[in-house]
Structures are given as structure tokens and as C-alpha cells.
Design a protein around this ligand. Structure first.
Ligand SMILES: NC(=O)c1ccc[n+]([C@@H]2O[C@H](COP(=O)([O-])OP(=O)(O)OC[C@H]3O[C@@H](n4cnc5c(N)ncnc54)[C@H](OP(=O)(O)O)[C@@H]3O)[C@@H](O)[C@H]2O)c1
Length: 333
């Protein structure tokens, strides 16, 4: 699907972006891969690692529509990964988060429409489901923009979908590198905000593979949610430092005890497929009649029970302490 195609990835120097580029280069023969992000140093460092002839590096900010419009000339597929994503930073700097995550999303949509990009997938997060923090709220707004963009695409062929998943093991600023730092420093305890906390758990490669697959599955307007395991944060600490005591330090502002990916209130629009869920758009698209029970690959899903919620607490699939240790090791490769 990506052979001889031009792919642009906003936030291409981030954890997801680098893995995505690596995977594209390993599995396909793209015409061009365009990395779009702000920081020249991150791009310089990435260039040392990924210097294939098809690689292009664009300095740009998703807040700058003109720059995005220029970067998307001749582009077939866009993955929108650029975001401000640290929960506390968003609480303290709300307008910065709004400008990047919401205004940036709108700019990506308009630039894609103006350039007749074929397909766009935007990355979302479990924090966007019933959000309680600004980061989640901006990602929910972004999700809504991408879903509705399929309606304003009249006359254009661009389709937009969203991929939503949970905690990516070992991504920048996430819990595993933080715990590892404490362990390396020889601290006498691992700080945990709440002993009942659970999280969804996904590796970067799983996230990348899911996004790649959904470019084939998408009709436009869906939120794709993978079925992934949950972990208890206390089990993660035990897996990483079995002999170090845990200290409970209290829940942080904007932090949830458990995460949700498919909210109960949207159960009437949620369909269960073999390895994922689809949240269909609540709005009707003027030019489309598909009910989202069958995707572009012909895979079929069933409506979930009314009131069904896919959350990290009630998830039937939990990793044991041993499985977490193994999972993290694999994820680091
Ligand atoms: N990591 C997770 O656990 C997780 C879970 C669920 C969903 N997600 C979502 O997945 C996406 C990627 O996450 P990640 O972990 O790869 O994040 P990351 O490692 O922090 O990377 C973010 C990327 O976005 C770029 N960026 C930030 N602001 C930008 C702007 N205004 N204009 C252009 N580029 C900008 C950054 O580069 P510069 O700073 O150089 O611009 C960087 O390349 C995000 O949308 C995030 O919400 C992540």
C-alpha cells in the first residue's frame, strides 16, 4: 500500500514517528517519507539514523497552516502524530496545548484537503475518552475535528480516521523510563500515585502496526481502538524492581485511576471486531451510507452490548508480573 507513495508524518521525530519511519523503510519502498516537526536537533539526530534517499526532513510547526500546506504537496498519506502530550504541562499551559493539539489538527485537515491527500490518520489517546484533563480534552476535540472533516471533504477525495490507544511502553516521558531512572539512581522506593491504578499497555511496534493496518481498513470517520492488555501499576513496579518497596504519593492533577478507550455512552456507536473496536461517528455523513459494521477489507464487526465500556479496570486481559517483565523487554527491542 505504501510502495511508491509519499507519506508525511507530523511529529516524525517522536517515539511513534521514528518507529513508524523505521517500519515503513523495512517493509515498503516508499517514494518519499516526509518528517514534519519543529526541533532541528531532533531532526539532525534522526537524519544520522535514517538517511535513505526517500527521506525528507521538513522543519515546521503544525500551528503554521501555510508551512503544512507546502509540506503536503504531492503527499498520498498523512499520519498526524505531533502533539503536546504531558498531562501536567497541559494543565499549566492550557493555551499552548490548545494551539498545538486543536488548532494544529484543524491545520492538518485543511492542508490535507487543499492537497487532495488520499488518507489521513490522526493519533488519539485513551485520555480523550471522557476526558478529565486538558490534554485529553484537546485530543477529544482533535478527534471530533478529524471525524467531521469527512463531511467537509465534499468535492475532495480525502478520508480521515482516528486511531486511539493507551500507554505506550517506554515512550518519551512515560512511566517505564521514569521508574528505570529511579532504579538506576538506587532510590530506596518506587513512588506510585495510587495502589489501585490500572493502565492499558501497548508496545510502539503494536501501535505502528495497528496504524498501518487501519490505512487499509478505513472508510473515513471511524475511531479505531485496539484490543490490548491492562496492567496494574503496582505490578509494573514489582516487575521492574522486585526488591524495592513502593511508596504511595497521591494521585496527580488530571490523572485517572483507570483509563477508558470506548465510553459506555458511545456503546450504541461501538462495534467489536476480532482484534479491535470501531467507534462509528455519531453524525451522519452527507455523502456516505456505510454503517461501519464492515470495513474496507471486508472484515465484519458486531454491535457491543448497550452500556458496554472498554476500560483498563474491567478489561478481561491483564498481564501478570512475569508477563509485564517479558512484554517490556520485547518492547525495548
Ligand atoms: N506515548 C504514548 O503513551 C501515547 C499514547 C497514546 C497516544 N499517543 C499519541 O501519539 C502521538 C505521538 O506520541 P509520541 O509518544 O510519539 O510523542 P513524542 O515522542 O513526544 O513526539 C511528539 C512529536 O511531535 C512533535 N511536535 C510537538 N509539537 C509540535 C508542533 N507544534 N508542530 C510540529 N511538531 C510538533 C515533536 O517534535 P518537535 O518537538 O521537534 O516539534 C515530536 O516529533 C501523540 O499524538 C500522542 O498524543 C501517545
Amino acid at each position: 500500500m505504501f510502495d511508491n507513495k509519499t507519506i508525511l508524518i507530523t511529529g516524525g521525530t517522536g517515539s511513534f514517528g521514528k518507529k513508524y519511519v523505521k517500519t515503513l523503510l523495512e517493509r515498503y519502498k516508499p517514494k518519499k517519507i516526509i518528517v514534519f516537526s519543529r526541533d532541528e536537533l531532533k531532526q539532525f539526530e534522526m537524519q544520522q539514523e535514517y538517511d535513505a534517499p526517500c527521506m525528507r526532513y521538513f522543519i515546521g510547526d503544525v500551528r503554521d497552516k501555510d508551512r503544512l500546506r507546502r509540506a503536503m504537496r504531492g503527499v498520498d498519506f498523512v499520519i498526524h502524530a505531533a502533539a503536546l502530550k504531558q498531562v501536567p504541562a497541559a494543565e499549566y499551559n492550557p493555551m499552548e496545548c490548545i494551539k498545538t493539539n486543536i488548532n494544529g489538527a484543524e491545520n492538518v485537515i485543511e492542508a490535507a484537503l487543499d492537497n487532495d491527500v488520499k488518507k489521513v490518520i490522526a493519533l488519539s489517546t485513551d485520555k480523550a475518552a471522557n476526558p478529565i484533563n486538558l490534554y485529553g480534552a484537546t485530543k477529544l476535540a482533535s478527534d471530533k475535528l478529524f471525524v467531521a472533516a469527512n463531511n467537509i471533504a465534499g468535492g475532495h477525495k480525502t478520508t480521515f480516521s482516528v486511531v486511539r490507544y493507551g500507554n505506550v511502553v517506554c515512550s518519551r516521558g512515560s512511566v517505564v523510563p521514569i521508574f528505570q531512572k529511579f532504579i538506576d539512581e538506587g532510590r530506596d522506593h518506587i513512588p506510585i500515585t495510587h495502589d489501585e491504578m490500572t493502565r492499558f499497555w501497548i508496545s510502539l511496534q503494536q501501535g505502528v502496526d495497528f496504524v498501518l493496518k487501519n490505512f487499509e481498513r478505513m472508510l473515513g470517520g471511524e475511531i479505531f481502538v485496539p484490543k490490548i492488555p491492562s496492567i496494574r501499576i503496582t505490578d509494573l513496579a514489582k516487575a521492574m524492581a522486585p526488591n524495592t518497596p513502593i511508596k504511595i504519593i497521591g494521585i496527580r492533577p488530571g490523572e485517572k485511576l483507570h483509563e477508558i478507550m470506548c465510553p459506555a455512552d458511545l456503546s450504541f456507536d461501538t462495534f467489536e471486531f476480532e482484534d479491535h473496536f470501531v467507534i462509528a461517528p455519531g453524525i451522519k455523513f452527507s455523502s456516505r451510507t456505510n454503517q461501519f459494521t464492515t470495513n474496507a477489507l471486508g472484515e465484519s464487526g458486531k454491535p457491543v452490548q448497550p452500556g458496554y465500556e472498554y476500560n483498563s479496570l474491567k478489561n478481561p486481559h491483564y498481564l501478570s508480573i512475569e508477563e509485564i517483565a517479558e512484554f517490556n523487554l520485547r518492547a525495548l527491542k
